[in-house]
Design a protein around this ligand. Structure first.
Ligand code: CA
Ligand code: CA
Length: 247
């Protein structure tokens, strides 16, 4: 159980603050917003780690340090990590587990959305049953939360468990910035745009130095830019079409 003051630090009271905060999480053009790999230790006490998915802010407690927080793993147990829920937030039950307990460890690509079952405050328990967590391994929990738009959004977080549940790390998380739309566990959105294709020596230019790599690799895969397995005029064309300074 958390203290009364912590309970009052729910999401609604700080929505305005969240809306006024400049987003710092990396965001692609698509709907999935990914934190990147953050690997932040979740402290083992009654506060734990508070995360505001939308602003990208996270901090080991108290919750007053993270306005509008959405996700809060905490606790001192060696056998399970407690997950505390703000108003409108919930943690997903593993769809393969029974309905009697809040099993949170879900497989990669599991759909997290309106059809999922969510608990409020929940528990990530170490054990051998479906949906439980394993020491010295990494798992995913799905969640929903109210974003600054006041609507339900779905997300996932990857948590690494050490020798016991009191040793744990939040590895990364992602959420769907389109309200009500499913996100799949582990989905980080589309890959970043390719680096300056053809800049073999990474000097920021596509020029004769890179063309030399094409020529020296001619007929082999070593200068292959279009992924057809060989180096030829098609790869030369990639460099010529982007000749000069990389964008
Ligand atoms: Ca170059
Ligand atoms: Ca090629």
């Amino acid at each position: 159980m958390k203290t009364r003051s912590q309970r009052l630090l729910g999401h609604f009271s700080v929505c305005a603050a969240a809306m006024a905060t400049v987003a710092t999480a990396s965001q692609s053009d698509a709907a999935v917003v990914h934190s990147g790999v953050i690997n932040v230790v979740i402290q083992a006490n009654i506060d734990g780690l508070y995360v505001n998915c939308q602003t990208g802010q996270y901090l080991n407690g108290p919750g007053s340090g993270v306005p509008g927080w959405d996700v809060n793993p905490y606790g001192t147990s060696l056998t399970g990590v407690s997950l505390y829920a703000a108003t409108g937030t919930g943690y997903m039950r593993n769809p393969g587990a029974g309905t009697s307990t809040s099993r949170t460890n879900i497989a990669a690509r599991t759909a997290i959305g309106a059809a999922s079952f969510f608990y409020g405050s929940s528990n990530a328990t170490i054990g051998t049953l479906v949906g439980q967590w394993t020491a010295n391994s990494t798992g995913i929990f799905g969640f929903k939360f109210l974003a600054a738009d006041g609507l339900t959004h779905y997300g996932w977080a990857r948590m690494s468990i050490g020798a016991n549940a009191a040793t744990r790390t939040l590895v990364e998380y992602a959420w769907n910035d389109v309200a009500g739309v499913t996100i799949n566990a582990g989905d980080v959105g589309p890959p970043p745009p390719p680096a300056c294709s053809g800049d073999f020596n990474l000097d920021g230019f596509r020029d004769g130095l890179d063309m030399a790599v094409i020529l020296s690799g001619w007929g082999t895969a070593s200068g292959d830019l279009n992924s057809d397995g060989t180096t030829d005029g098609l790869d030369m064309a990639v460099i010529l079409s982007g000749w000069g300074t990389c964008p």
